[in-house]
Design a protein around this ligand. Structure first.
Ligand code: GDP
Length: 362
């Protein structure tokens, strides 16, 4: 390593030895950004350098041996993709605070108490017991002050480790907190592409302790990892979701773009409400015609994928919906709310995409 300086954007050591590795800057360049962060900032171009799960785990397990407060940021819109396997092992006996981010995308009628209860339950099942659950929008600056107060309250003079999978909004939140605290010279790179923060970056706190930004785990099973930018534009919401209501009879099918197929197989007529990106087109057809419709239109009328040569492998799940209102959450894509009637449905998604059934949050 020729240079011990760190990148202003992602915190990795700058080096000029190997262009394929993290922290690369061309020789003789007095740059404060690694080439990768520079490109992201100026051209929205992400050079493919990723930290594998194994490296990530080694790094994260260091936290177990520290006396620290762990702050996990999750993306409410991609809850499944926000999950860090085995997190309870990495954090050891340290306290945990949970930041549930991107709530600006959800309708105003969302029942936030139900969201919190459901998340608390999901975490309990993973042997994780957050001291506090805060609902934030890092982008809109919503609940940032409250987050800082909670961190200050629970850290009790300890270091703070910020953890999260890539793209949950961790950098955006830290930036917001730094702005709010008026700390100069710390402008972390944020980007619409995953994996910006590559190494631990320490931000000094006023009592000699640190706020430590850890790298984002890249999860290959997230929808956002394998969609191309044009497809992401249709799938990832950029503004508050407007619900789309469909009064369906049994034996009808909805296509949500070309990535999600929802078959209402049996049950009384009822309305299903789709909460997806406002840019995504939804088509209704008869179940009996759905196979043919898919063959003809996926990649064309039904986008994304952007063309019919997509090679996507599909997974179909049968669900028996109860008479209580539930949401079928499709990680990174949105959710479908049932009516209050029992129903048999089938949902077809790309193989890797996670489905969650939860009590309705609206
Ligand atoms: P990181 O990889 O976890 O550090 O995530 P970033 O901070 O780079 O954010 C990833 C993407 O999510 C960027 O496109 C951000 O603009 C977006 N983002 C971050 N916070 C929010 C939020 O509160 N709401 C919405 N809608 N988008 C957000």
């Amino acid at each position: 390593m020729k240079d011990e300086k760190v990148c202003m954007g992602c915190g990795v050591r700058l080096q000029s030895d190997d262009e394929t590795q993290i922290g690369y800057i061309p020789d003789n360049h007095n740059m404060i950004w690694c080439q990768r962060c520079f490109r992201i900032r100026h051209y929205n171009d992400m050079t493919e350098i990723v930290q594998d799960a194994e490296t990530y785990q080694v790094k994260l397990s260091m936290i177990r041996n520290q006396e620290a407060l762990v702050v996990q940021i999750v993306d409410l819109f991609d809850f499944g993709g926000s999950f860090i396997p085995e997190l309870h092992r990495y954090i050891g006996k340290n306290r945990l605070i949970l930041i549930v981010n991107k709530i600006d995308l959800f309708p105003r009628s969302t029942n936030w108490q139900r969201v919190t209860d459901w998340i608390r339950d999901a975490y309990r099942q993973e042997q994780l017991f957050p001291e506090a659950i805060l609902l934030t929008s890092a982008e809109k600056g919503f609940q940032v002050r409250e987050t800082m107060e909670a961190i200050e309250y629970y850290r009790q003079g300890r270091d703070v480790y910020m953890v999260g999978t890539a793209n949950v909004g961790k950098s955006t939140l830290i930036n917001r907190m730094l702005q709010a605290a008026s700390v100069d010279g710390s402008d972390l790179t944020t980007s619409p592409y995953p994996g910006t923060t590559l190494d631990f970056i320490q931000i000094p706190l006023d009592d000699g302790r640190y706020l430590v930004d850890t790298p984002g785990l890249l999860r290959k099973d997230r929808m956002t990892e394998w969609l191309n930018p044009a497809e992401l534009k249709l799938v990832v919401p950029s503004s508050r979701i407007k619900p789309k209501v469909y009064q369906l009879q049994a034996k009808q099918t909805l296509f949500l773009g070309g990535l999600v197929r929802f078959d209402f197989i049996a049950g009384d007529p009822q309305s299903f409400v789709c909460y997806t990106s406002n840019r995504l087109l939804i088509h209704r057809t008869k179940l009996a015609h759905a196979d043919q419709f898919a063959k003809k239109h996926i990649g064309g009328l039904l986008k994304p994928p952007m063309n019919s040569e997509h090679g996507i492998k599909w997974r179909k799940e049968h669900l028996y919906l109860p008479s209580d209102k539930v949401d079928i959450a499709i990680s990174g894509f949105g959710f479908i709310s049932s009516g209050k009637k029992k129903a048999e449905v089938a949902i077809t998604v790309p193989e890797q995409v996670q489905l969650n059934l939860r009590p309705s949050i609206i």
